[in-house]
Design a protein around this ligand. Structure first.
Ligand code: SF4
Ligand code: SF4
Length: 443
């Protein structure tokens, strides 16, 4: 794609980076076929190619974002399916991230939108605040129907409906400490306990710690670690996301200095995509660029790390079938596609892959709150495809997808690591029963 940026514009490193990305796009439109919002809405401006044109026009003309552009960029899930499809290697992620920062800096959103975004940014990344908010949401749930009828307040209704009926108590597994390896130590990792996940389902981190320590890996939950910053990053709040990234870089590099780290293990793929991108996010910060690159190189999804370990023979579990839902941040953001399925198969599960696996479930961070209608359409499509597998269980590697899908596909939903913990010596995850009709799996 030809561009007409001036040399003054290109002196801004953010514009220069976006210009490089834009020049790679050859307008072929292959990406439109796999874009969930184009597939759902059928509007070119809700496709990657359409959004790329809108962003190009805004940046080239150096003008503030307008309502039309904001509508179509807000509808983008940042699922990155377009990046998997694009034959020209267009880095849509960095382009849309730049557009979101430009929107945040140049566009004044309507009051309710501003308020809802500010509340989300002030609550979700902080586990104590988030837990308190979820408990309050239980009281507010009867009002969801009323908010639903008032257009600008629909995100509030979505928020209330997404809140679980009960919130688990704060778990000790999320406190900073060292979990020593059982027997001889074969490795040492830091675990990102996360923000929303640690509140909604502390059992995911507990299963990860049990499994890794049983396999001889020391697991450190570092002092000072916090939210990865993805949530505010996707809102275009650049300073807040960079502050979160710097905080975590410091916390993890202290561990590298103190005892060495083989990996930073992440159990929510949405966070993994962002941490692997810290090297890009902090590239212009002379004090952090090198440190962030080290951290991004150490970041691994838990299944990526497990795939490199010698696993013992699995328990003789019943041959349960698992519909594996690959989160967009896992398959498109991190390109981790084989490891979770291979590990589940190695553990003795029969893996089934739902149709249209490349399409987003509509969760996408805060998307299911901010864009509830499109999110619900994508969710229903995903749930139908998962249910059609007829599997016993659905597994995934991202808490956002779990919140979006759980309880709708007619099968229990767990994190992949919970099944692996069970298969390699742990207890059966809550909510999974052993169907009597299934014969034990042959080994
Ligand atoms: S990130 Fe997803 S929703 Fe956004 S343009 Fe790409 S494919 Fe479409
Ligand atoms: S597939 Fe890639 S090159 Fe083709 S229009 Fe989409 S972003 Fe541009």
């Amino acid at each position: 794609m030809q561009t007409t940026f001036t040399s003054d514009q290109l002196a801004d490193p953010h514009v220069a980076e976006s210009e490089k990305i834009l020049r790679k796009c050859v307008h072929c439109g292959f990406c439109t076929a796999t874009c969930p919002t184009y597939v759902t809405l059928g509007n070119e401006l809700d496709s990657p190619r359409g959004r790329i044109y809108l962003i190009k026009d805004m940046l080239e003309n150096g003008r503030p974002a307008d309502a039309e552009l904001v509508t179509h960029i807000d509808r983008c899930l940042s699922c990155l399916s377009c990046m998997t499809t694009c034959p020209s290697g267009v880095n849509y992620m960095h382009l849309v991230d730049h557009a979101r920062v430009h929107i945040e800096q140049t566009y004044r959103r309507p009051l309710t939108d501003r308020l809802i975004r500010s509340v989300l940014a002030a609550v979700l990344p902080y586990p104590k605040r988030f837990r308190a908010a979820l408990r309050m949401a239980a009281l507010g749930r009867p009002f969801a129907g009323i908010f639903e009828k008032i257009g600008p307040l629909r995100p509030l209704a979505a928020m209330l409906r997404l809140a679980p009926a009960s919130v688990p108590a704060a778990s000790p597994v999320n406190r900073p400490t060292t979990h020593v390896a059982a027997g001889a130590r074969h490795g040492r990792v830091a675990l990102l306990t996360g923000c929303a996940q640690s509140v909604l389902d502390p059992e995911i981190n507990a299963a990860t710690i049990r499994l890794l320590t049983r396999l001889g890996v020391e697991v450190v939950v570092p002092e000072g670690e916090g939210c990865c910053g993805a949530l505010v990053h996707h809102m275009g709040r650049e300073e807040a996301s960079l502050a979160a990234a710097r905080n975590n870089v410091d916390a993890w590099l202290r561990q590298v200095e103190q005892g060495g780290l083989d990996a930073i293990v992440i159990t929510a793929s949405g966070c993994g995509t962002t941490i692997k991108d810290y090297s890009f996010m902090l590239r212009l910060d002379p004090a952090y660029a090198e440190k962030a690159a080290k951290v991004s190189a150490l970041a691994k999804d838990v299944t990526e790390y497990l795939a490199g370990l010698d696993l013992p023979a699995p328990k003789n579990l019943p041959g349960l079938s698992v519909a594996y839902h690959s989160a967009c941040s896992m398959q498109h953001g991190q390109k981790v596609t084989k490891q979770p399925k291979d590990l589940l198969k190695k553990a003795g599960f029969l893996v089934r892959e739902p149709r249209e696996g490349h399409l987003c479930c509509g969760s996408a961070g805060t998307y299911n709150i901010l864009q509830p209608e499109i999110s619900a359409r994508l969710r229903d499509r995903k749930v139908k495809n998962i249910a059609a597998t007829g599997a016993d269980i659905v597994a995934t590697g991202n808490i956002g997808c779990m919140t979006q899908i759980a309880g709708r596909a007619g099968m229990p939903m767990v994190h992949t690591v919970q099944l692996l913990d069970w298969a390699f010596g742990g207890e059966r995850p809550a909510g999974i029963s052993t169907p009597p009709h299934q014969p034990p799996a042959r080994r």
